[in-house]
Design a protein around this ligand. Structure first.
Ligand code: HEM
Length: 412
């Protein structure tokens, strides 16, 4: 038996809580020391989850990449042994499958249908629009009262407007869908409230699809409705689930990166100086380093082995669950020396913040563009930007499927 193979005492000592997302005491941007300690101990360790199940936690970058791209590993949450994040997801998983929880030809078929507007070439055409949205929000911030909530005034509306533009969702309905998205991605909201908000979002999008069929526009929803739904390549439920997933993915993920990226920079003023001098490719590299350092999509990719797999001297049996927390893969010293340091000049290109393998983020060119435009402009236009409260008073979002900050009062 290797040192990382499970026995009962191992399991007890590695029972890492996943909600709220564990962080280092006093350093809310660093992963919990317990997770880092597991990485030092072995590439794979057993952990005990909320339901008593004992999936493998894959701690290191190399094994995370190998397993996320292994065809014997499945993201399909219908497979027995899938390590669910929560009781709620386990209870409701049969109601609808999202792209990230599909595998094989079905996954590829749907992924291809949405790919086009997110290809780097098409995304690049959006640069002037994104620049305008960012400039307008900086102008509005500067013209508004101080202190301002950076999340409500800047970090959330920018990705929201951009994804609404790409999908063809009316931004004027944002009060409704921001609240509903926040509810469905939280884990501390009562189940009936989550179900109600999910249902409202579903009906809202189903109605919108009807309107797009009658009166199509130049957006992804109209294209999917007229070319895929009308021709029977997608049914209405599949289309609603697909668009719902895109709308949710396009919001909190990028908003969290804008808010936490700004916070990380405010805590590292030397890095703001690096950013102010940076040209286009250097800003792109800086964004990758922020993505690596922060890894906001937490706590970990979830997978299940569908065949026996031997890796790093360990046998993973078919039917055993896997959790792959990129936040510690991205802090692996063997790939990113001095990984705990935010260094915007490093080559962070191998980070896993967008996942790895067949499920790697479809929207990453769009997210990258938004982050590049934001971080190239923000500190040049507002060089005196500062937190208006103590770090310890910030309300972090650690109860959902991503790490973020609910409010961030700033001044300048
Ligand atoms: C900084 C922002 C973002 C981060 C950190 C992020 C992160 C991720 C990660 C880690 C995955 C992999 C999930 C898995 O393997 O289980 C993923 C998948 C995905 N993301 Fe993103 N994402 C971001 C922005 C976006 C945006 C703007 C969109 C566009 C709507 C988007 C659409 C998707 C889609 C469609 C998938 C599913 C791909 C598949 O399963 O084939 N994401 N994202």
């Amino acid at each position: 038996m290797t040192s990382s193979q499970a026995d009962v005492s191992d399991l007890e000592s590695t029972a890492v809580p996943f909600f709220p997302i564990p962080r280092a005491p006093g350093c809310p941007l660093d992963p919990a020391p317990e997770l880092a300690a597991l990485q030092e101990r072995a590439p794979l360790v057993r952990v005990r989850l909320w339901d008593g199940s004992t999936p493998w936690l894959v701690t290191r970058h190399a094994e995370q990449c190998a397993l996320l791209s292994d065809r014997r590993v499945s993201a399909d949450w219908m497979q027995s042994g899938y390590p669910f994040h929560s009781q709620f997801l386990q209870d409701h998983h049969e109601e609808g499958q999202f792209l990230t929880a599909m595998e094989g030809p079905e996954h590829l078929r749907l992924r291809r249908m949405i790919a086009r507007p997110f290809t780097p070439r098409i995304v690049e055409q959006l640069r002037p629009t994104v620049q305008q949205v960012v400039d307008d929000h900086i102008d509005a911030l500067l013209a508004g009262p101080k202190p301002a909530d950076f999340v409500a005034a800047f970090a959330l509306p920018i990705p929201s407007m951009v994804i609404c533009h790409v999908l063809g969702v009316p931004y004027e309905d944002h009060d409704f869908f921001h609240r509903a998205i926040r509810t469905v991605t939280s884990s501390d909201v009562p189940d009936d409230v989550v179900s109600k908000s999910g249902g409202e979002l579903y009906r809202y999008l189903a109605q919108l699809i009807g309107r797009k069929l009658d009166d199509p526009d130049d957006d992804l929803l109209s294209q999917l409705a007229t070319e895929r739904l009308a021709t029977g390549q997608l049914n209405r439920h599949e289309l609603v689930m697909l668009v719902l997933f895109l709308l949710v993915s396009g919001h909190e993920t990028t908003a969290s990166m804008i808010a936490l990226g700004t916070l990380a920079l405010l805590l590292h003023p030397d890095q703001i100086a690096v950013l102010k001098d940076a040209d286009g490719p250097e800003v792109a590299a800086a964004v990758d380093e922020l993505l690596r350092y922060l890894t906001t999509v937490q706590p970990g990719r979830r997978r299940v082995a569908v065949e026996d797999i031997e890796i790093a001297g360990q046998l993973i049996r078919a039917g055993e669950g896997l959790i792959l927390p990129e936040e510690i893969g991205n802090r692996d010293e063997s790939v990113f020396p001095g990984a705990g340091v935010l260094d915007l000049r490093r080559d962070a290109g191998r980070h896993l913040a967008f996942g790895f393998g067949v499920h790697k983020c479809t929207g990453q060119p769009l997210a990258r563009l938004e982050l590049q435009v934001v971080f190239a402009a923000l500190f040049r236009r507002i060089p005196t930007l500062a937190l208006a409260v103590d770090l310890g008073d910030l309300p972090f979002m650690d109860d959902g499927l991503g790490y973020g900050v609910k409010e961030m009062p700033v001044s300048w």
